[in-house]
Each structure stands twice: as C-alpha cells, then as structure tokens.
Write a protein that binds this ligand. Structure first.
Ligand code: FES
Length: 104
C-alpha cells in the first residue's frame, strides 16, 4: 500500500528500512526523518507522518517481541546508559574539593 503519495513510499519500503535500522541497533529510536533519510527522500506535505509512525511502532514492537524469544540478544539498556553516563561525566568528584568541604 502506498503510504506517502508525495514520495511514492510503500508500506513495504518503510518496513524494510525499520528492520534494517533496528538490525544495526535494536534499541535505537526510529523516527520518520530517519526513514526519509534512509530512502533518500524528504518530507514534503508530511501528511503521511502519522501513518509512518504507526508502521514504525508496529514493526518495532514485532521486532522486539521476536528478540524477546532469544534472550541472548536482549541488551540491558540500563547497563548501557550507566556506562555512557560514566564515560561522559566530567564534574562531580573531579572538582578537586576535599570530601569534607562545605559551601556554607
Ligand atoms: S504524503 Fe508523505 S510527504 Fe506528502
């Protein structure tokens, strides 16, 4: 079925792109702009965006349900976020203040 009349994008095109993007990283957020970019198109009237979001949600949910069947592929998001936070955090203990320092 044709979803985007301006760019002639079908449901199948969108589903293929969503699966390809999720194959790269199963937990990344897929947004309509990413679909347009992957297909080399641009939103024009953007009347298709609500349908695009519905298809993305449906395909993502199905993808994750399929992943849940194989527990070895499930990535612990909390652990990944914690490691990202640790690697990017610059403040806190590196302020060179003694531990018993009090501002007031
Ligand atoms: S219908 Fe998709 S941009 Fe117009």
């Amino acid at each position: 079925m044709l979803v985007c009349q301006c760019n002639l994008i079908s449901t199948r095109d969108i589903e293929d792109v969503v699966v390809a993007v999720l194959d790269e990283d199963p937990w990344q957020l897929v947004v309509p702009a990413r679909i347009y970019r992957e297909l080399g198109k641009r939103g024009q009237c953007c009347g298709c965006v609500p349908n695009l979001v519905d298809i993305i949600s449906k395909v993502t949910e199905t993808y994750h349900l399929r992943l849940a069947g194989n527990a070895a592929n499930i990535v612990d998001v909390r652990l990944r976020m914690k490691s990202l936070r640790k690697s990017t955090r610059q403040g806190g203990e590196s302020e060179r203040r003694p531990k018993d320092h009090r501002a007031a």
